[in-house]
Design a protein around this ligand. Structure first.
Ligand SMILES: [Zn+2]
Length: 147
């Protein structure tokens, strides 16, 4: 998925969770979620974040960093230092990335490396369908803000 689609999906999920959890600092919740939504693609030098870190070329794309284990491990590490509503922002941002990657033809293996079966969808990255999904998510954001 293109980074724009990751961003807009993270915004949608964040707004939903902001409405449910009512964090003290909405902007902080949103910023954490958006930044974290880029994190899984650190495993490819072709991503915006991966281009900035030297070790990205040594990682397996859509391997550990795109697994549920990464979410659990990083959440656990964060919770050693902080426990509160902004941990949810981290999980929402990370999971938004994994969920939208599941809708792509390449898919992700959520339980990698234990189970290598990939959860896939019909969307080709950069396709018309992805662009349509982008605008559907945009419309959903407006809807969620209004209701
Ligand atoms: Zn990804």
């Amino acid at each position: 998925m293109r980074y724009k689609t990751h961003i807009i999906f993270a915004i949608l999920l964040s707004i939903i969770f902001i409405k449910i959890l009512k964090p003290g600092n909405i902007l902080l919740f949103l910023v954490i979620s958006l930044i974290v939504s880029f994190l899984p693609d650190i495993d490819t030098p072709h991503s915006k974040l991966g281009r900035k870190v030297f070790f990205s070329r040594f990682l397996k794309h859509r391997g550990f960093w795109h697994s549920i284990w990464a979410v659990i491990l990083f959440t656990f590490i964060i919770m050693l230092f902080y426990v509160g509503v902004y941990v949810v922002a981290f999980v929402v941002g990370y999971m938004s990335h994994l969920l939208i990657d599941m809708s792509t033809k390449t898919g992700i293996s959520l339980l990698n490396p234990l189970v290598n079966d990939r959860i896939k969808g019909p969307i080709k990255t950069g396709s018309i369908l992805e662009k349509a999904i982008f605008w559907i998510i945009f419309a959903l954001i407006l809807l969620v803000i209004i209701i």
